[in-house]
Design a binder for this molecule. Structure first.
Ligand code: OXD
Ligand code: MN
Length: 610
């Protein structure tokens, strides 16, 4: 069927001729039967259409449930590529390919692939309007999946106004998403047909073969991180990182601190981003949420580093989210929030949802309960009785406005000044609770050597980390050496530099018990960091940073087991010597790594001795 693209765009009042040209071109390739331009105001109608079509199910008062194809439930790093026309852009993690080759391949895959479907035109902005980075933030996603549109409306600011008033009408990200025939894509096999490509030097994103959010929400995953980090480097103006952003206010002094931070997956980033003060300290400290996943950072007119969350929502992992681990998240997905749950367990009779960790035990009455694949739990054969009900990567999608402790100035176009940048992986030993780093090159070095313990020891090397530089391994878009240099240059332009720190909530004692209670108590480590920045504590220097003296941490109302505090604040020198060897191999992969980074590495190695 031939659609009159111009008539549709005219009707929708979409005036930008460059956007029209782009929509015409890709509609010509993928061949949809209908085209529809979307604004956030269309949400209610689209929800009703999805419900009527059985694409989503009701999950309580203004809550919804969706299920993705069972082989399409996670981001695929192996199928993700950053393409450009310059072979020098090849890095270790970006899976670089030539732009021409990838555009030809994706055009082939997308040709005719939206036949019989509607192509939704979704103009969006990945920034608070008026942001100094606004020109890097506009985009138009095309998608042939209505459920994806519902997610986009929650995750970014959506409407034609975001592309009609552009200073240069040609400067917007072209983000094309074609779902493909999910049952015949060979996911995870040698015949895998999926491709998730960011053509970074053309600001064009081409994703084929998935309707799961991590591959299909292009504003967030591909634009907000891969494209933006490339743009930040190419322009020299900003950094786009997979970082949380929060604020702590000391109600006694009125001081307010903003902290950004990168954590590899399964290291508690969303829980920390949404944390509240521990009960014992709640009278004095107030924590506010800005974002749980992406922070764009730039140097402000006063010489400080500024940051903002370019997103409009939260696409959080459901597993283990409950009233104790993350009460803020539970409030943000409560009835009336219009949240969408994906790949959780669903009760087809009561419309309840459940995931592992929501309650200690799954619901006792199995009547109506379906697992994430849609199979009745009650009919499970005995050998599958212990299988998870929800997919481990099941998600909730909700807007920032639903988060009860959302900062009042979250949409301030000026962003917020960043006082500290923290990194934290999940490690059972070697990392203390917190070690602070006051030197920028050392902070960048620490980010580049960030990692988390692999679930299984890799290559038989017990305790070796899976390195995830700055938690950007899945989103790196240009060579790591240049990435480190860009960090040093940008931070070098600041006159009031943020302090850095490495945190670890997952240290264990010899018998395996967790040394630190975690969750809300984690704030205590961050309070110490802010005191160090203020100069009201001095800490204890070590070769890898400054750790708190035992009496400097505020432990009011917290009972730690005897001896645990010592372990939490001690550097295990032997373990660190071994770690430096691993780090050397890791960093040696990155050609062009700035000398300042190697100098830090040598200094620490020397101070640890042999
Ligand atoms: C991710 C996400 O996959 O934030 O990193 O969803
Ligand atoms: Mn993420």
């Amino acid at each position: 069927m031939v659609v009159d693209v111009d008539a549709v765009l005219e009707d929708a009042g979409l005036k930008n001729e460059k956007v029209r040209e782009y929509v015409r071109y890709w509609a010509g390739v993928s061949g949809p039967d209908r085209i529809e331009v979307v604004s956030a105001e269309d949400d209610e109608r689209l929800i009703a259409e999805c419900l009527a079509a059985g694409e989503i199910q009701p999950a309580g008062d203004e809550l919804y449930f969706s299920r993705s194809y069972f082989k399409d439930t996670a981001r695929s790093e192996e199928r993700t590529i950053v393409a450009t026309s310059n072979p020098d852009d090849e890095g270790v993690y970006n899976r670089w390919r030539p732009a021409a080759e990838m555009k030809a391949k994706l055009t082939g895959l997308m040709t005719g692939a939206s036949a019989g479907k509607t192509m939704y035109v979704v103009p969006y902005l990945m920034a608070p309007p008026g942001s100094p980075l606004e020109k890097y933030a506009a985009g138009v996603q095309l998608t042939d999946n209505r459920g994806v549109v519902l997610h986009l409306i929650r995750m970014s600011r959506v409407g034609t106004q975001y592309v009609d008033g552009l200073e240069d009408p040609d400067v917007f990200v072209r983000a094309v998403h074609v779902t493909g025939d999910l049952e015949n894509l060979g996911q995870g096999t040698p015949e895998d047909k999926r491709y998730f490509v960011t053509v970074a030097d053309e600001r064009t994103i081409l994703h084929f073969g998935s309707s799961y959010g991590g591959n299909a929400l292009l504003g967030k995953i591909a634009h907000g991180l891969r494209q933006a980090s490339y743009d930040g480097w190419a322009s020299g103006v900003f950094l786009a990182e997979q970082f949380l952003l929060l604020a702590i206010t000391d109600k006694e002094t009125g001081q307010r601190y903003h902290i950004a931070g990168g954590f590899p997956s399964a290291s508690g980033k969303t829980n920390l981003a949404m944390t509240l003060a521990p009960d014992a300290l709640g009278d004095r400290y107030h924590v506010e949420f800005y974002g749980d996943d992406i922070t764009w950072m730039w140097v402000g007119p006063d010489g400080r580093l500024y940051g903002m969350n370019p997103e409009f929502g939260v696409f959080g992992v459901a597993k283990d989210t409950n009233e104790a681990t993350n009460p803020t998240a539970m409030d943000s997905i409560a009835p009336g929030t219009r949240s969408i749950f994906t790949n959780v367990a669903y009760n087809s009779k009561t419309h309840e949802v459940w995931w592992e960790g929501r309650t200690p035990e799954p619901p006792a009455d199995l009547d109506g309960w379906l697992d994430w694949k849609g199979e009745p739990i009650a009919d499970r054969p005995a050998d599958q009785a212990g299988d998870p009900w929800a997919h481990p990567n099941s998600r909730f999608t909700t807007t920032l406005a639903n988060v009860p402790n959302l900062a009042g100035d979250y949409a301030d176009p000026r962003g917020v000044p960043i006082d500290a940048i923290i990194f934290g992986g999940r490690t059972r030993d070697r990392e203390p609770l917190i070690r602070a780093i006051t030197d920028v090159a050392e902070g960048v070095y620490d980010g580049l050597t960030l990692g988390a313990e692999a679930t299984f020891a890799a290559d038989g090397l017990d305790g070796q980390l899976r390195y995830d530089p700055m938690s950007m391994r899945p989103f790196m878009s240009y060579p790591e050496g240049a990435y480190a240099a860009h960090w040093l240059t940008l931070l070098g332009q600041t006159t009031d530099k943020p302090i850095f720190a490495h945190v670890n909530w997952f240290g264990r004692g010899a018998d395996g018990h967790f040394l630190w209670p975690g969750y809300r108590e984690n704030l205590r480590a961050l309070l110490w960091l802010m005191q160090l920045r203020e100069g009201t504590v001095t800490g204890v220097p070590t070769p890898v940073g400054i750790v708190p003296a035992a009496d400097e941490l505020n432990l009011d109302g917290l009972a730690l087991e005897p001896g645990d505090l010592d372990r939490l604040l001690t550097i295990d020198t032997d373990r660190w010597r071994q770690e430096m060897g691993f780090r050397e191999e890791h960093l040696a992969q990155f050609p062009g790594l700035p000398e300042e980074i190697w100098a830090v590495h040598r200094r620490i190695t020397g101070e640890l001795g042999d």
